[in-house]
Design a protein around this ligand. Structure first.
Ligand code: ADP
Ligand code: MG
Length: 618
C-alpha cells in the first residue's frame, strides 16, 4: 500500500515503497496490489488490455528479449528462440525432465546429469532462473509504468509442492530481476487469502484448493487455524491442463475434416491456427452451448456436449488426484468445509460441476480464477508492509532454534524450515551435585557454537531440590505458536519445578540477516566441527574427572595404594590436557584414566552386587 508523505528537507512528495504480489505462472503471470484508495486487492493492467502476461520469452536475433503476448507469436515462427513453461524447469536437472523432453520445442542441454538444466538459444545458455527473471523484469516494468513509482519489493507465489531448491530458484530469479522478494508463498495459500479465508485468527478450517491452469493441475488440502496455513497434502499432474483440452478439440477437428497429421506437420502455421481456434472454442463453451467459427474459409463447429465428451477423461483424472490427496491427508470429502477454484481452466462448466459433485458442496468461484493467486499475494504483501498488524502469516521457521549446552554448544530443538506451529522437547541434567538451578539460554542460527548464533533470551530454572549430578531430569520444551511466537519452558520432572519465557524469534531479523547467517554456517562448517569436537571432548573430560573424584571420596578405603597413585596421576594428566586445544590428547587421557579405574570399578561393582544378592534365592 502506498502512503504519500512530504520530505521536509526537500519539500517534495515522497511515496512509500509499494510491495506488489506476483503470480509467476507456468502459462500466465500477473501482478496485483492493494489499491491505496479502496484498500481492495486489484490486478494491474493497462487500459483495455488483459492483466495476464503470457509466460513466454522470445530472444531476437539482434539480442533483445521480448516477453508476453508479443513473444507468443514466435512460438510457431521461431520455436528455437522462444521459451515457454520455464517454470517447469525451475530447480530441475536434465534427468528430472528427460521423460518430457519432447514437450519442449526449444533446446534443453542434455548433459545426462543431475546438475541444473540449461536452455540453449543461439550461442547463449540460460538457466531457468535467468529465464524466469526475464518474466519478472517485464512484470516489474509494467507495474512501474502503471503505478508511476518504482517497484522493488514483492511477494511471489509458487506451487505448494515446490521444494526448497525450486523456492530458492524463484527467489533468485526475483533478485536477478532487481526485486527484493520479501516472501515466497504457496499458491493455494494466496488463493485462500483472496477469498478472505484465514484472515480471521479465530477461524479454523479444512479447505481444498483445486488449481487447473494451462499445463498443470494441482490439488492442495490445507488446514487453516489461527492465521497459519498448513499444507496437509498435495497431489496433481504437472503435465495436465488447459492445453490438453485444446489438443483434444484439435484432434477432433482433424478427424472431422479428413486432414492428416502429416498435413499439419507440413504446415505448422495451420496447426497453430487450429490450436488457437480450439482454445477460442473452449473458452466460448464455458458460457455458450455451441461454438461456430471458420478457418481459411472452412466452417468449424463444436457443441458443448461434444466438447465435454472429449475432455471427460482429463477431468476424471483430476478427480482421482483429489481422492488421493484426501487419502494422504487422512480426510473424507465431508471433512472439507470450503473448495476454492483456481486457474483459467476451472471456468469449464464440466470441471466446476465435477469438482462440486465430488466434494458434495458448491465451490468458491466468485473471484476471477486467473487472478485469484496474484490478488492473494497482494494481500500477503500488504500484511508484510505492516498494514494489517493483527495478522502475521508465518509458515516456516527461517533459522534453527535451540539452547546452549555444556561447552557452549548449540543444541537444536526446532530445525530451520520447520512448519509452524511447531513443538519440541528434550531432557537435560545437572553437572554438579546438589546444583540448585539451571540456566536456559535460547539461540537462533545454524552454527555449532552458540557464540556464533544469535541469542534470543535466557532465564534460570531455580529451586531444583538437592540431588546428585546427573539425577535431575530437566525437560526443556519449545513451542512456536500460530503467531510465530516461541515459548520456552523448563521443568524438572522429579520435583515438578517449572519456569517459562516467551520469545519472538522473527523480530528484527531481515531476510538479508537470515541469508548471511546461513552463508556463515556454510563457510564456517569446518571450523565449527573442530570447535564442537574440542568442546565435546572437554565436557567429557570434565565429567569423568568429577565422577572419578566422587567415586574416590566414597570408596578410597577399598582401593590398593598403587591404584590410588595411578588414578591421581591419570587425573592430573587429563586435567592438564583439558587446558590445551587438542581434542585427541584429551581423548587419549580420558582413555588412560578409564584404563586405570576400570579394574577396581568392576571389582567394587561385583562386590556390591554380591552384597545385594546375599540372602536372596534365585
Ligand atoms: P497457469 O496457472 O498455468 O499460468 P492460468 O491459470 O492462467 O495458467 O490458466 C490458463 C489456462 O486457462 C489456459 O489453458 C486457458 O486456455 C484457460 N482458460 C482461460 N479462460 C478460459 C475459459 N473461459 N474457459 C476455459 N478455459 C479457459
Ligand atoms: Mg496458476
Amino acid at each position: 500500500m502506498a502512503k504519500i508523505g512530504i520530505n521536509i528537507a526537500t519539500g517534495s512528495l515522497q511515496q512509500e515503497e509499494m510491495i506488489v504480489g506476483i503470480d509467476l505462472g507456468t502459462t500466465n503471470s500477473l501482478v496485483a496490489i492493494i489499491h491505496p484508495g479502496s484498500k481492495n486487492a486489484v490486478v494491474l493492467k493497462e487500459h483495455n488490455s488483459s492483466s495476464l502476461v503470457p509466460s513466454v520469452i522470445h530472444f531476437e536475433d539482434r539480442g533483445s528479449v521480448i516477453v508476453g503476448d508479443a513473444a507468443k507469436d514466435f512460438l510457431i515462427t521461431a520455436p528455437q528462440q522462444t521459451i515457454f513453461s520455464a517454470k517447469r524447469l525451475m530447480g530441475k536437472s536434465y534427468n528430472d525432465i528427460k521423460d518430457h523432453a519432447a514437450f519442449f520445442s526449444y533446446r534443453i542441454i542434455d548433459d545426462n546429469t543431475d546438475s541444473l538444466v540449461k536452455v540453449q538459444v543461439g550461442d547463449k545458455f540460460y538457466s531457468p532462473i535467468e529465464l524466469s527473471s526475464f518474466i519478472l523484469k517485464e512484470l516489474k516494468q509494467r507495474a512501474e509504468h502503471i503505478l508511476k513509482t518504482p517497484v522493488n519489493k514483492a511477494v511471489i507465489t509458487v506451487p505448494a509442492y515446490f521444494n526448497d531448491a525450486q523456492r530458492q530458484a524463484t527467489r533468485d530469479a526475483g533478485k536477478l530481476a532487481g526485486i527484493d522478494v520479501l516472501r515466497i508463498i504457496n499458491e493455494p495459500t494466496a488463493a485462500s487469502l483472496a477469498y478472505g479465508i484465514g484472515l480471521d485468527k479465530n477461524e479454523s478450517k479444512l479447505i481444498a484448493v483445486y488449481d487447473l491452469g494451462g499445463g498443470t493441475f494441482d490439488i492442495s488440502i490445507l488446514r487453516i487455524a489461527g492465521g497459519v496455513f498448513e499444507v496437509l497434502s498435495t497431489n496433481g499432474d504437472t503435465y495436465l491442463g488447459g492445453d490438453d483440452l485444446d489438443n483434444a478439440v484439435v484432434q477432433y477437428w482433424i478427424e472431422q475434416s479428413g486432414l492428416t497429421h502429416q498435413d499439419l506437420a507440413a504446415n505448422r502455421q495451420l496447426a497453430q491456427a487450429l490450436r488457437l481456434k480450439a482454445e477460442e472454442a473452449k473458452k466460448q463453451l464455458s458460457s455458450k452451448e455451441l461454438f461456430e467459427g471458420e478457418l481459411n474459409g472452412d466452417k468449424l463447429s463444436l457443441s458443448k456436449q461434444k466438447f465435454e465428451e472429449l475432455i471427460r477423461a482429463f477431468v476424471d483424472k483430476t478427480i482421482t488426484c483429489c481422492k488421493n490427496a484426501l487419502k494422504d491427508a487422512g480426510l473424507k470429502t465431508s471433512d472439507i468445509e470450503t473448495v476454492v477454484m483456481v486457474g483459467g481452466s476451472t471456468r469449464v462448466p464440466l470441471v466446476k460441476n465435477s469438482v462440486s459433485e465430488f466434494f458434495g458442496r458448491p465451490v468458491n468461484d466468485s473471484v476471477n480464477p486467473d487472478e485469484v493467486v496474484a490478488l492473494g499475494a497482494a494481500i500477503q504483501a500488504d500484511i508484510l508492509a505492516g498494514n494489517n498488524k493483527e495478522l502475521l502469516l508465518l509458515d516456516i521457521t527461517p533459522l534453527s532454534l535451540g539452547i546452549e549446552t555444556a561447552g557452549g554448544l548449540m543444541d537444536v530443538l526446532i530445525p530451520r524450515n520447520a512448519k509452524i506451529p511447531s513443538k519440541a522437547a528434550r531432557q537435560y541434567t545437572t553437572q554438579v551435585d546438589g546444583q540448585p538451578g539451571m540456566r536456559i539460554s535460547v539461540f537462533q542460527g545454524e552454527r555449532d557454537l552458540v557464540k556464533d548464533n544469535r541469542k534470543l533470551a535466557a532465564f534460570n530454572l531455580t529451586g531444583i531440590p538437592g540431588m546428585p549430578a546427573g539425577l535431575p531430569k530437566v525437560e526443556v520444551g519449545f513451542l512456536i505458536n500460530a503467531d510465530g511466537i516461541l515459548t520456552v519452558s523448563a521443568k524438572e520432572l522429579r520435583s515438578g519445578v517449572e519456569q517459562s519465557i516467551e520469545v519472538k524469534p522473527q523480530y528484527g531479523l531481515t531476510d538479508e540477516m537470515v541469508e548471511s547467517m546461513l552463508m556463515d554456517s556454510i563457510t564456517h562448517a569446518k571450523d565449527d566441527m573442530k570447535a564442537r569436537a574440542l568442546g565435546e571432548a572437554r565436557t567429557e573430560g570434565e565429567q569423568l574427572l568429577k565422577t572419578t573424584e566422587r567415586f574416590l571420596q566414597k570408596n578410597a578405603a577399598e582401593l590398593e595404594k598403587d591404584e590410588l597413585i595411578n588414578t591421581a596421576n591419570a587425573m592430573q594428566a587429563l586435567q592438564l590436557a583439558l587446558t590445551m586445544e587438542d581434542k585427541d590428547l584429551i581423548h587419549a587421557k580420558i582413555e588412560a584414566l578409564n584404563e586405570v579405574s576400570r579394574p577396581y570399578a568392576e571389582r567394587l561393582m561385583d562386590n556390591a552386587i554380591a552384597g545385594a544378592m546375599k540372602g536372596k534365592t534365585i
